[in-house]
Design a binder for this molecule. Sequence first.
Ligand code: ZN
Length: 452
Amino acid sequence: MSNTLTREKKRKLQEKDKGIIDFIKIQNHFFPDLIKSLEAVQDPRHQSYTTYDTDTLLFPVILKNIFSLHTMREMNDWFYDGNCHANLEKFTGKKIPDIPHYDTVNDFLEMLSPDELDEIRVEMVRQLIRSKNFYPARLPGGQWLLILDGTGLHHFEERHCENCLVREIIDKQGKKKKVYSHHVLEAKLVLADNIIISLGTEFIENEKEDISKQDCEINAAKRLMGRIKKKFSRLKLCILGDSLYAAKPIIDICSGYGWNYIFNCKDGRQKNLIQDYAYILGSGEYGEKKNLLQEEKGYAKYVNHVEELTGKDFIANIFEYEYVKKIKNKDTLVRFQWLTDIELNNRNMEEMVRTGRKRWKIENEGFNNQKNGIYKIEHLNSHNPNAMKNHYLLTQIADILMQLYLAGHKILKMLKQTIKNTSSRLLETFRRATVSDEDVSYIVRYTTVHFT
Ligand SMILES: [Zn+2]
């Protein structure tokens, strides 16, 4: 097939694209019980006052994210129209009095425990891991790649809640000033080069207003790793992270849990190890491999067990990679350096370099996509700290569905349309399409989804 589609071919493909119906089909293929589990969350509401089941409150918010609607008001404006009500009934398989108002949804999200949504995501990830579709993404030793990455979500001029992180800054007039914020730490699982999903979330926040030491990314990482070990006790993992994580407490947790690690270590922490690595390079006692990663024709060097020279009690195999990249027509040397407990050799060097750089890719694309792409995760859908968390988790669940849809839908791959257009098309079909019983049976029919 040629790369450019004729207008005629494109039109024919677009006709075959059933939009939201195909989306729900892929959702149903991987997670046939998703709606049921949204219905089964522990409901904190006073039962005599409830009009809506929990799935009819939660599923519209998932759809809101997929459709790239950025405010709760927009969700209502769009959903109170066309066939949305009837279609929501088809997709949830039940009669619904109406599309719920966003105040009703937010009231519920203020009460619902975020652990409930976390548990649904845990079950989704387990199903994906079991499906064997994604085994090729593992390292040769069977380890799944898990990337730790933190970011700021919301910033406030005034204290927003008792859990806010507080930082003192000097403003433009030279005055000391406090700023308040909410941050989050993600553990992203690599299922394929184009499918990197949230496996776990830890909110970086203070337990209460009066504390001497602010919560931080490293402490959040310790909590998150502990929870992941509990939920996925037998999963083989290799943890990836930036140089912040190349710290003994984190490395000790990895070793204790039987997880491998690959951390950036170009600068910052582990100065002594890096110095000793450079010293060993100077003595010529290192391994090397040339012409890596196809057109990059990069160059890698490595030394195993630098810790023996430095006197550390954890394994520190260090490797580096460099290649020449044209940046603004100038040849620029790009260099990476990592620390790992995986034994390095000429056979695995190329794979190790490729793996190390996956984290770099997520740093540049992961949160950036969620902030500036279709979800706009920095937008506040509620000021309530508990509802904020639930909104965030529902976005991560929506993102899992969206990534599987984008990667698994044959026609979308051929159309090569932007994610923004795909998102609009999904909303349009949710509003316009009449979902027939035939469509519903199409949705539940078993098919194989190919990720290539
Ligand atoms: Zn706050």
